[in-house]
Design a protein around this ligand. Structure first.
Ligand code: HMG
Length: 385
């Protein structure tokens, strides 16, 4: 039985910072961003957006069919920008999206890797109960301290994946290769709003995890390098994907063809790092930019600092072109507003009252779902008409 990604839709904030603005403000040569890390723009969340509104806006178009919505018995919410230490962010989605009451909901964390863990757990669940569906959501707002080298690798966005039997987009193969190690390359203690990172070390760990996950994938009986027409990588910045692919090709003694990765990196260059969602923006970018993928085999590498890496694979389904949400994705990207540096900095500083006082949030996000108010230690969401 084929199991995998039946539908995929993403949502990004309505605002972005052109890295030319950041380069000028930080006195950095723009070619360092464009060529050195391979990034052009980064998504910026406004004050009335958070991981819940991004997720709700990503998932809503997948839930218009009532029968489909009622067959979702599990919601896995992958994030590392959690809004509560106890309550799972997916519970807010339960009411915003009218999900059935007999649906189990939990939040899953392991840096940028947790959406892949969720996808694999969802596939295992569907293997036991093929008539059910699982909603996997990856939603994150990546923030580093202003003025640091990592600042140019921020971003934000959510990807919603509907996992089912007989998927219409991409089936996921059962074999995967894994690598875990306890390291401090990137982390965010509970008292911090922004991540701490040992940037160069994190890139080394990414490549080390790729090498070992690939080896484990081979040991488990996985396909050889030349079985795959395309490779999707976790993309903290697109140059990381280029380096990863160079290493993998060299290690497996295969020639590099830029076509294997190029289309998967297009969205990331314009969105930035969206942590858990980043690999699935890469898949979306690949599916949206090509019409010739039916029956092609795709390789995936997921990396989450700390660290876990997983190498896995899938096959694009016939007629996937009719089931992708390309129009919505490209509409969002072409209708965003560019920010000046002062407004970017204003949005970067989220109002977060820790004494329970009330803050009404002015409407900056015009998507369907927004965060309207913080009051008495609670978040109040609103559905725009
Ligand atoms: P940096 O110190 O500013 O950059 O930080 P650099 O000096 O190393 O330069 C970057 C590249 O630009 C280099 O190329 C330079 O040569 C080049 P490379 O040697 O790497 O090929 N360069 C130029 N190119 C053209 N024209 C110029 C120019 N100047 C320099 N004028 C760093 C870069 C990525 C470390 C920083 O942005 C950072 O710390 N980012 C955050 C951490 C990160 O993204 N790590 C990636 C792996 S870990 C991961 O993916 C997990 C993560 O998503 C988190 C999670 O799992 O939750 C981050």
């Amino acid at each position: 039985m084929n199991i995998g990604i039946d539908q995929l839709h993403f949502h990004i904030p309505n605002y972005y910072l052109d890295l030319a603005v950041l380069a000028e403000h930080n006195g950095v040569d723009l070619s360092k961003y464009h060529k050195g890390i391979g990034q052009e723009k980064m998504s910026v969340a406004s004050h009335d957006e958070d991981i819940v509104t991004l997720a709700a806006n990503a998932a809503a178009p997948l839930l218009t069919d009532l029968k489909q919505r009622n067959s979702i018995d599990t919601l896995l919410f992958a994030t590392e920008s959690g809004i509560d230490q106890s309550k799972a962010a997916g519970l807010y989605l339960h009411s915003l999206l009218d999900l059935p009451s007999n649906c189990r909901i939990l939040e899953v964390k392991q840096a940028c890797y947790s959406a892949t863990a969720s996808l694999q757990l969802a596939c295992d669940h569907i293997a036991r109960q093929p008539n059910k569906k699982v909603l996997v959501i990856a939603s994150d707002i990546a923030r580093y301290d202003l003025g640091t080298p990592a600042e140019a690798t921020q971003g934000a966005g959510a990807v919603a994946l509907l996992i089912s039997a007989n998927p219409r987009l991409v089936s996921i193969d059962p074999i995967s290769g894994k690598y875990s190690e306890d390291v401090m390359d990137f982390w965010r203690p509970n008292y911090r709003k922004t991540a701490l990172v040992d940037g160069k070390y994190s890139a080394q760990m990414y490549l080390k995890a790729l090498k070992h996950a690939w080896q484990d994938y081979q040991d488990q009986g996985g396909h050889p390098f030349n079985h795959f027409s395309h490779f999707c990588y976790h993309l903290p910045f697109s140059k990381m994907g280029v380096k990863a692919h160079q290493q993998l090709a060299k290690h497996s003694q295969n020639p590099i063809n830029p076509d294997q990765i190029e289309d998967g990196m297009r969205y990331n260059r314009l969105i930035g790092n969206s942590y858990t969602a980043s690999l699935y923006f890469a898949l979306s970018s690949l599916l949206d930019h090509r019409d010739d993928l039916a029956k092609q085999n795709i390789a995936f590498f997921s990396y989450g600092s700390g660290c876990v890496g997983e190498f896995f694979s899938g096959q694009v389904q016939p007629n996937y072109q009719q089931h992708r949400h390309r129009q919505s994705h490209q509409h969002q990207l072409t209708h965003r507003q560019s920010l000046d540096y002062a407004t970017y900095q204003h949005y970067w500083h989220n109002p977060e009252p820790s004494d329970g006082s009330t803050i009404e949030l002015p409407q900056q996000n015009h998507a369907r779902y927004r965060l309207a108010k913080l009051s008495q230690h609670k978040r109040h969401y609103q559905k725009n008409p």
